[in-house]
Design a protein around this ligand. Structure first.
Ligand code: FRU
Length: 539
């Protein structure tokens, strides 16, 4: 296999070549899912940014189209940056995006509309002459002024959007209002802000239903709901969120009591997942999240392979019944790619035991497993000096080969037989006074023999807020050559790693389940599937 294909994904979304970043303007329109994304048509590094465009009937099989929005006017001459779609009354889609108008990176907000609403794919987009819609007023930082959200309708009949900005070191989501979607005015007070978080990129603001089975359009602002405020923090490159209440009278978002806002906050994903965007899918009454995973390799390696970046498998978003966090899960359509299947049940793993999952293509697989354990008595103490917010640091000390009490146990993905290369995804349970602390790790530190000094191979990790009374923990991993996307405890903690094995590739990759804790664990059930390639037209 040549260098261009060695780490290409089998079932994730990526273009044939070149650089991609943020997912843009995802929407469902007349039976078709649209995905736009930031794309460099000229190379595998960031630059020359246009909105590439693909369409699908099921979020899995795609048809590639020509770029929908590209620099062509004075209001977007230097780049067409991120933005969102809104379906206006009368079933009329409109896109809002950030245009770069000069070499100083000055940002404005523009709109684009389909040239022909009867084209089922909405291939051609028009940027009307009354653009730009919004320019920064004097009090706003015009180079930190971007990424408009999907609009929602207030009770006063006015549309609102928020966009990312900052004032000095304070991260801000600016709020704008409009009666006609053309004339926009800034609401004096921002929708939300947090000191010391730096620039906010790609904010997302939407309702989730409380105890409901149906998710909601972005314009649902009242009822048995909570609101989610997501921000992408440029300084750490993670997507953080809080749950809270949208005070529609004051046009202000207020996080729930006890929510941590900023660096130590909840994350959609504890790994390589950034600039995500959600949309409401009216066909299945669900909210779907798209996120981007950048490469973790050296830039010159990206250039050599001729491509950089993938879109992760779209995930549904629902509120955890505990009301304190979200649950993310791969869309059900992914299961249509499941091919050959192997199962394992009631398999006990003593300390130091490892069992190979044979019979599936381990480099391109979907694995679901439930582990159980007899007791928590042997859980290691959680030291009071450890940082309750820094799971990653703990994981970097307590790796999969460091023996423990209850755990580490989990999966070993993209492994060679002698474990020269491997990416383990695992749990480890600690006891902290009368509580238990569950650590989940996706550890890339030994994923590749090609590692040179200074490569980025983090031991991504999170703490899982899960009830252990039934003494069970579940894990799902989507393994796809250079991507390992994992979901702990039904989506309470998600971790995505990008890895670049040199030996554990294609048929030489192996998959194992393991236990390195003194407490024996049982694989209650494990199902693994080889994953087929989706159909992508215009390859
Ligand atoms: C986030 C981001 C956005 C911007 C776009 C440019 O990754 O920096 O803030 O609109 O990428 O490509």
């Amino acid at each position: 296999v040549n260098v261009k294909d060695l780490h290409r994904t089998g079932y994730h979304f990526q273009p044939l070549k070149h650089w991609i970043n943020d997912p843009n303007g995802p929407m469902y329109f007349n039976g078709i899912y649209h995905l736009f994304y930031q794309y460099n048509p000229k190379g595998a590094v960031w630059g020359n940014i246009v909105w590439a465009h693909s369409v699908s009937k099921d979020l899995i099989n795609w048809e590639r189209l020509e770029p929908a929005i590209f620099p062509s006017k004075s209001f977007d001459k230097y780049g067409c940056w991120s933005g969102s779609a809104t379906i206006l009354p009368g079933n009329k889609p409109v896109i809002l995006y950030s245009g770069i108008i000069d070499k100083n990176n000055t940002q404005v907000q523009n709109y684009a509309v389909p040239a022909n609403l009867s084209d089922p794919y909405l291939q051609e987009w028009i940027k009307p002459d009354d653009n730009p819609l919004i320019v920064a007023d004097k009090s706003v930082n015009k180079t930190a002024f971007r990424d408009p959200t999907t609009a929602w309708l207030g009770k006063d009949g006015e549309w609102r959007i928020t966009l990312g900005s900052r004032h000095k070191d304070k991260g801000i989501s600016l709020l704008y209002k409009s009666k006609d979607f053309i004339n926009w005015t800034r609401v004096k007070k921002p929708l939300h802000s947090v000191d010391g978080t730096g620039n906010w990129e790609c904010p997302d603001f939407f309702p989730v239903s409380v105890q409901g089975t149906k998710e909601l359009d972005t314009s649902v602002i009242e009822g048995n709901i909570k609101h989610v405020m997501k921000i992408s923090l440029d300084a750490t490159r993670y997507d953080y969120y809080t749950l809270g209440k949208y005070n529609t009278k004051k046009d202000k978002y207020i996080p729930d009591k006890g929510m941590v806002d900023g660096w130590n906050g909840l994350r959609y994903d504890r790994g390589n997942f950034y600039a995500s965007k959600s949309f409401f899918d009216p066909a299945k009454n669900r909210r779907i999240l798209w996120g981007w995973a950048n490469e973790s390799d050296y830039v010159h390696d990206d250039v050599k392979k001729g491509w950089a970046g993938v879109q992760l498998i779209p995930r549904t978003i629902v509120l955890d019944p505990n009301g304190k966090q979200l649950l993310l899960w791969p869309v059900e359509e992914l299961e249509t790619l499941r091919g050959k299947k192997v199962e394992l049940t009631n398999k006990k793993l003593e300390k130091g035991e490892q069992v190979e999952i044979n019979g599936v293509s381990a480099a391109q697989a979907d694995v679901e497993v439930t582990f159980s354990f007899g007791s928590l008595d042997k859980a290691e103490p959680f030291h009071s000096s450890w940082d309750r917010y820094d799971a990653q640091k703990l994981c970097s000390h307590k790796g999969s080969t460091v023996h423990g009490g209850v755990g580490p146990f989990g999966l070993i993905t993209l492994a060679t037989e002698k474990l020269e290369e491997f990416t383990p995804v695992f749990f480890r349970i600690f006891k902290d006074q009368d509580k238990h602390v569950v650590l989940m790790c996706s550890d890339a530190s030994r994923s590749s023999l090609a590692d040179k000094k200074g490569t980025y191979r983090p031991s991504f990790a999170g703490f899982v807020d899960v009830d252990l009374t039934d003494k069970k923990l579940s894990l799902r991993s989507l393994i796809d050559h250079s991507v390992v996307e994992s979901f702990g405890a039904n989506g309470k903690v998600c971790i995505t790693s990008r890895v670049y094995p040199t030996l554990a590739t294609y048929n030489n990759a192996h998959l194992y389940a393991f236990n390195n804790g003194t407490e024996a664990v049982k694989i209650e059930s494990l199902t693994a599937w080889s994953m087929n390639k989706p159909q992508v037209m215009n390859q």
